[in-house]
Write a protein that binds this ligand. Sequence first.
Ligand code: 13P
Length: 252
Amino acid sequence: MRQPFVAGNWKMNGSRASVCELVEGLIQGIDSVTNAAVAVCPSFVYLADVQRMLSDTRIALGAQNLSDREPGAFTGEIAGAMLKDFDCKYVIVGHSERRALYGESDELVARKFTVALENGLTPIFCLGELLQERQQNQTESVIARQLDVILTLPGGVEGLRGAVIAYEPVWAIGTGMSASPAQAQEVHAFIRQRIAKKDAKVAAGVQILYGGSVKPDNAAELFSQADIDGGLIGGASLDAQSFLDICRATSA
Ligand code: 13P
């Protein structure tokens, strides 16, 4: 049985004060979330504050990015070991915003994935197609290409034992236009089947989250799909009550 998992990706949002207020609200309400594992991914600069507040709670900490390098002369970069130093359990890699706006290639994403594992972090590996690719019936080929970059790493499919996958159709991110539960389930099943061709056990165990305009009112139906194990939440994770509602929707 895969445990449901909901992670909040706060992106480049918030102030020190608003982030602390948000964490306070989550701590107060987390006992009402009975079955899902929960994590939040603040901006790097707030990791220390959030780490301090979350110690002794069951909310895990994650980061939104990491360097593909080991510590050294790489101005402006953040190493996996530094994230570990702040008790990060998770790190997002391959988010479409980083692919599209910061030119991250499949190869760079793969190196970040490997470096995350090497540093004892659980990568939340994001993949997803553009609207144009969906309209041209290329969804499966795009997803296959992005996934195969990970499946063909030296560690192979084994790397996915310590990872989480997040399917985030780019057209659904921040648009208010979520994929329908059926559309999302179809891609999640495709991802799981493709992994199963390499290793059925890894495929059965890996958590595959859906991300893209998940809100309290559509979360339960998305999460009830056979291959959807929870969500990676952007906008709706910036409000404690709506994020907690989404976390609770895993048991609906
Ligand atoms: P939204 O929930 O704001 O659509 O963002 C999804 C996302 O990109 C999470 O990583």
